[in-house]
Design a protein around this ligand. Structure first.
Ligand SMILES: Cc1ncc(COP(=O)(O)O)c(C=O)c1O
Length: 312
């Protein structure tokens, strides 16, 4: 297997006079450095899925995504690196591979793109549709949207091999919840997780429970795990893919302050949650880790659309 180099994901300490006064050690887990294309949480969610495909001798990986999906590009690239064919089921029958840079990159990596209506896409987790897809694409391994399956969670759990065991708090952005589920499962007892959903009105807890049931956790264990988790609902900035001028300015400001490229879809929102909650919860004498889950690709799309440069 063409294995990701997780050593590239360093822990970078960042500081402000305010945090120093509070005696906070704030570290950024730079998963954005893992790979240029399969960046952030993407390799973590894909690594055991690709391994499964190879163990089962599948020759194709099939997955799902929207028009600007980071996961689709990452899957296309990871499949190519591992000699697998890739099929991407894309939401929106009006689209083509030329519709935007994300889809074009998927195509360039050799992914076959299948554009479907929003109604059909809605069935992306429907096992009956999966059976039909298996008939159309025999010998394929189907990975859910965003890598949200058991193997995705397992890969994310392993981030703990690279994190200090005396971490007091983690801040992480949440989409499908796969990354935060893995982090929660692997976390030491004394570590508290703040998960920051980027979707508005999203029942993150229900989503996480559903994913964690694939670990056969019972209610009692789930309650124990959930006691060290808080879902921070107030930092979605209008919802998935939505952003405000303040958020865009904030991202530029953080780039100047810390040299970190945060993105307007995920990590910018989660980072702002961390900064805000350090104040509101009056955190002191702690080791805090921010998980940089990548997302630079999303930034490029927004920079193009807005005619701005976020990192200058
Ligand atoms: C950059 C980035 N950060 C965070 C997330 C959220 O991760 P998850 O879907 O595992 O909750 C995603 C989506 O996969 C993402 O692309």
């Amino acid at each position: 297997m063409n294995f990701p180099d997780f050593n590239r994901s360093i822990l970078k300490e960042i500081s402000t006079p305010e945090w120093e006064k509070r005696n906070l050690t704030v570290l950024v887990k730079r998963d954005d450095l893992i790979h240029d294309e399969i960046s952030g949480n993407k390799w973590r969610k894909l690594v055991y899925n690709i391994e499964q495909a190879q163990l089962k001798r599948n020759d194709t990986i099939l997955t799902f995504g929207g028009a600007f999906s980071n996961h689709l590009v990452a899957t296309a690239c990871a499949a190519k690196l591992n000699g697998l064919k890739a099929i991407g089921i894309v939401r929106g029958e009006e689209l083509t591979a030329e519709s935007n840079a994300t889809l074009q990159r998927c195509k360039d990596y050799g992914m076959e793109l299948v554009f479907v209506s929003r109604e059909l896409y809605h069935l992306r987790n429907d096992r009956q549709w999966w059976e039909e897809l298996h008939l159309d694409y025999p010998n394929s391994l189907i990975i859910p949207e965003g890598g949200a399956n058991f193997y995705g969670v397992l890969g994310c759990q392993e981030i703990w091999k690279e994190l200090p065991k005396d971490t007091d708090r983690i801040f992480v952005a949440q989409g499908t919840t796969t990354t935060s589920c893995g982090i929660l499962l692997g976390a030491p007892k004394s570590c508290f997780i703040h998960a920051v959903p980027v979707l508005k009105g999203f029942d993150a807890e229900a989503e996480m429970k559903q994913l964690l049931y694939s670990y056969f956790l019972d209610e009692e264990l789930l309650t124990e795990f959930f006691s060290k988790l808080k879902i921070e609902q107030d930092y979605h900035f209008g919802g998935y893919g939505k952003y405000t001028p303040e958020l865009l300015n904030y991202i530029t400001e953080k780039y100047r302050q810390f040299g970190l490229k945060l993105d307007p879809v995920y990590t910018g929102k989660a980072f702002s949650a961390m900064e805000d909650l350090i104040q509101k919860l009056d955190l002191r004498n702690e080791k805090i880790i921010f998980i940089h889950t990548g997302g630079i690709q999303g930034s490029k799309g927004i920079e193009e659309k807005e005619g701005i440069e976020l990192y200058e």
